[in-house]
Design a protein around this ligand. Structure first.
Ligand code: GAP
Length: 431
């Protein structure tokens, strides 16, 4: 598909997945709001991650730390000193760019008259309290990870976990990106899903390899074709200030391979730094071996917007049904915003009580939509575009035979099932 990005962006806006933020004021600098379908997709992505990383394991626990943290955290973590991108200005057209992304030519006007690159700090600065002096400075976190490191001792003590174990967190992060873009791929406010896995130092490499494979598999299990995913190991000069090894899980976006998630070996860097700056001991005492050590950390760090973008791009499809073009989002059932749509065949009042009864039944178990406007064909198309795996049609016979028709988004097969067994049938199909 030549303009897949455009098709997906249009669909996302048209169907209420994503709206430009503050749109009635002309939008605001690459920030986006998630609409009724988008918020469901987003929650499903985050829920699938939480399930895989926390619920279905006994070696990872969750955390929800504050966005605002003591400024010392960012001194200790190295972000205050090093978290910047190289900024260049084009002297001809005045556009600003990240030097590492453009080489020696302005992508806007082709001029080679660029300023020297200078570091541009990516953390958003604000003030806490009524006085805007230096002592009141605070930063919006640029990664959720530090909230985990500063709570390492709290979690160790209260959860009674021991290495190898992990702490997982989802939440907003902020970076004053020089060039946000590609829709929700790179934004200044974004949501992360990060997990810090604490291991005995000698086991770092083994766990790094384990998490690379696990995280790659997560995307495949949720429907992204394996040939659209790859692991790319960073060259030494690409590594972040804290890392001895990083691999990106990359997706084949229409504009080229791009990072979906980073898996990094952060060694004992963060715990050691926070120990130095806070004066607290951040280590593990292994009673059996009678030894203390600072665990090494393996970190899979994913982005919610980036994965949503990848899931949408991978799911977008066009085919032909009854001689007409159909747009269909073949989203994995776990990710689909609505699992079921209840559609009375006609808007006639006689159908409403049965249709509403069916909605009431399924709504208790699955996110369901109800639609009675326009022709049934148009309504199927609308649900296909939203990625709804199953439509349940209530017709005039339903009133007497207490049965409804289930239509499958992908096979288009229709099957009549009793209302009494509908929830069980849907549960089996959605499993
Ligand atoms: N704690 C490690 C860390 O933050 P990162 O590679 O800078 O590592 C992890 O970020 C993930 O967060 C990225 O792979 C991406 O999915 C997401 N992410 C980072 N910056 C982003 C941005 N400006 N917009 C959207 N997502 C972003």
């Amino acid at each position: 598909m030549p303009d897949l990005t455009e098709a997906v962006v249009n669909l996302a806006k048209r169907r209420g997945f994503v709206f430009p933020s503050s749109e009635i004021y002309g939008g605001f600098r690459s920030t986006w709001d998630y609409g009724p379908l988008g918020v469901l997709l987003k929650r499903n992505v985050m829920e699938a991650w939480w399930r895989a990383m926390v619920q279905e394991r006994d070696d990872i626990v969750g955390l929800d730390a504050a966005i605002l943290m003591a400024p010392k955290v960012w001194e200790a973590s190295g972000h205050l000193a090093t978290f910047s991108d190289p900024l260049v200005d084009c002297r001809k057209c005045k556009e600003r760019w990240r030097a590492d992304q453009i080489g020696d030519t302005c992508p806007n006007c082709g001029s080679k008259d660029l300023t020297e690159a200078r570091p541009f700090h990516l953390m958003f600065k604000t003030h806490v309290g009524p006085v805007e002096d230096e002592g009141a400075t605070a930063y919006l976190r640029p990664e959720t990870a530090q909230g985990i490191f500063v709570n390492f001792a709290n979690v160790l003590q209260t959860s009674r976990k021991k290495p190898p174990f992990g702490i997982a967190q989802q939440g907003k992060s902020f970076r004053n990106e020089i060039t946000p873009g590609n829709f929700i791929f790179r934004t200044r406010e974004f949501e992360q899903m990060e997990m810090e896995f604490f291991v005995p130092p000698a086991d770092g490499q083994k766990w790094f390899e384990y998490w690379c494979e696990e995280r790659l598999r997560w995307y495949v299990d949720l429907g992204i074709p394996a040939d659209k995913l790859r692991l790319r190991h960073h060259d030494p000069e690409e590594l972040s200030h804290y890392s001895t090894g990083t691999a990106d899980v990359e997706f084949a976006y229409p504009w080229g391979w791009g990072e979906l998630e980073g898996v990094a070996n952060r060694t004992d860097y963060d715990l050691t730094q926070h120990s130095k700056f806070s004066g607290e001991r951040l280590e593990y005492y292994d009673q059996a071996a009678n030894e203390r050590y600072v665990p090494h950390v393996i970190e899979p760090a994913a982005g919610v917007g980036r994965s949503m973008m990848a899931f949408l791009l991978a799911a977008y499809d066009e085919d032909e049904v009854g001689g007409e073009k159909r747009v269909v989002l073949r989203l994995h059932k776990k990710l689909a915003p609505y699992k079921v749509a209840v559609l009375p065949l006609s808007k006639k009042d006689t159908l409403t009580p049965t249709a509403r009864e069916v909605l009431g039944l399924v709504q208790k178990h699955f996110m369901a939509d109800y639609d009675e406007t326009q022709s049934i064909g148009r309504r199927y198309r609308r649900q296909d575009e939203a990625g709804t795996p199953f439509c349940v049609t209530v017709d005039f016979e339903s009133i007497d035979d207490r049965a409804v028709t289930i239509r499958d988004r992908d096979t288009l097969a229709q099957e009549r099932v009793p209302i009494d067994g509908l929830v069980e049938e849907l549960r089996a199909r959605l499993a």
